[in-house]
Design a binder for this molecule. Sequence first.
Ligand code: NAP
Ligand code: MG
Length: 490
Amino acid sequence: MRKSQIVETPRGPVEIPTGLLIGGEWVDAENRKQFEVFNPSTGLAFVSIADASPKDAVRALDAADGAQESWGKTSSRHRSTILRRIADGLREHASSLSWIISAELGKPVREAEGEVEGSAQIFDFLADQVTQQRGTYSTPPNGGFRVITTHEPIGPSYLVTPWNFPLLMSARKVGAALAAGCSVILKPAAQTPTTSQLFGHIMMKAGVPEGVVNVIPTSSASEQSSELMADPRLRKVSFTGSTQVGSHLLKLAAPNVIATSMELGGNGPFIVLEGADIKKAAEDAVIAKYRNAGQVCVAANRIIVEKSIEEEFTAKFVAAVNELKVGPAHDPSVDIGPLASESQVCDVRELVEQAVAEGAELISEVTVSETSGYFYPPQVLAGASREFRIASEEIFGPVAVVYSAENAEDAIQFANATEYGLVGYIYSEDVGMALKCAEELKTGIVAINRPVVAEPSAPFGGIKASGLGKEGGEDGIREFQNEKYIALAL
Ligand code: NAP
Ligand code: MG
């Protein structure tokens, strides 16, 4: 690997490619610029990565466009073999990948290990799934000719990912695009490019042909996307991040009618109904809210509890939160690491301070003893009204707000009172009631008595301001394909 830097981790040195991956080579940015990546546990920079300019982005599109035709014509068996090798490569590099995720994001290393295994499972699933794709052959209702349908790769795809799951978000997009037969340009978040660099290296070692995967981190995302999306050779943009940036990319996609998939923000309700297993609901609420320090699009943002059980649930929930240990991400005993950046800490603090000034009450007791790094304690608020800013905005931090509801109907009404529609959680031992609520929730995903929804074989995606399209399942591959209809006269 040319152009690399050694990063020391508690489990030994890891070699990180520091160039841009374009056309199968690790190359310098044309203007030789680099940018630093910081460790949120310490606030210190630990690696410098090439900073792609818009000209570099065009070079990456040249490479992707050049590789598209031959990659698109490979057999699904061939692509399946490469996807399987990527899964193997991720597992071989699990230790270094999880330490790097932990170092650049502040995710506790145990959780980072889960992210690596989850990413490998995505490639396992795609390797199985891609050989099963079928077209159709049918006679239309009025007869006369035949309808044949088949699927073709959509073409060079631009994949833009957020910092909160540096590997998993890239794995979902790159994996599905490769399975579909598309070449890609991956742009990781500027805060967490290091994981994608290592991921790029693993994919090249797995036998991905030159130009099929290009990785171009940048500190100027806006200039990069404007340049690429104005180029008619680009046929797809798949984005995960904020609704604001997603909406901007949709506008950029319009002139050239570029296909889009959008995984955007959320404001997830976590509904606990009378008759729920309260102990389990309280424990699961901790997972659904505080995983990755709450920086998760499917995080339980609003904990909505039926009045009759509110006191008991809240006592159990707060007791569990008070047990959470905050500390540097590399300490394996830590439950909550730092937030990803200083600005993230400021945003969360401001939201909480405003809620408290408006009359909410802080009812948890965890404090932070770290003097450096971007730490913020897990907190629980009660007594907030449904009109407070904290009720309508995505918190994206380790803060839960408990609201009370008169009954299930009232809980659903509040759950749906948001522009977002990604996920809703329902806790009830009455399966009929839980299913009725699941039908009423205006979200793309519902979890019943379960705090985690990510699953490679399931269609993940939101509605309303939470997005367009699906990742995962068979639909995830289809997002990168055109369905072609052939009318055959007989
Ligand atoms: P963000 O600011 O929207 O950034 C996401 C990505 O978009 C980053 O790579 C960012 O690059 C890039 N970006 C920013 N402006 C751009 C532009 N004009 N053109 C092209 N790319 C641009 O979001 P974030 O703050 O990283 O992540 C938090 C948000 O993501 C939350 O709202 C969360 O809910 C959402 N999210 C959703 C899902 C889901 O599956 N639905 C999953 C995870 C996160 P830079 O790093 O350079 O800014
Ligand atoms: Mg941002």
